[in-house]
Design a protein around this ligand. Sequence first.
Ligand code: QAP
Ligand code: CO
Length: 169
Amino acid sequence: MALLPILEFPDPRLRTVAKPVTEVDDKIRKLVDDMFDTMYDAPGIGLAASQVNVHKRVVVIDVSEDKSQPMVFINPEIEVLDAELCEYDEGCLSVPGFYETVVRPGHIRVRALDRDGIPFEIDPQGVLAVCIQHELDHLNGKLFVDHISPFKRTRIRAKLEKKHKAEAR
Ligand code: QAP
Ligand code: CO
């Protein structure tokens, strides 16, 4: 069991584009296990390696109520399946305390490798589709606050900077 420190907006390291995993080995599996520990402790429903300052294309998600559906996505790729958009109130462990409505495609296809390096494919809708897109954004250096108005983003940045200064005292 290991809890990893989570980077918080506006930390510039969250803007790093993560590199593909070339081999799913024990080191990657240890990262995946530590990411689940960190996500469940928070608690959260999704975590990208970028958020724990590891710039590799690794995502963990569990949208169940009782930690019963852990999912691992290594080198995920998505395809939009239909034009229908979905609105969801998103939050982020890297933007603690803030939730805003984000609009995204509601039905996607995801191809990725699992924790054994085996390719799989799913066609999620609803919260799982939202969460995968949110986490894939992290791997590309993007945050949910990039999808909201600049006014709201600036306000969130100012509040978090104030919190970080108070914590550093
Ligand atoms: C991404 O987010 C997500 O502000 C995962 O104080 C969120 O797990 C995808 C969290 C919503 C789809 C819908 C946020 C925990 C957790 C906070 C999370 C907080 C404590 C966020
Ligand atoms: Co996030």
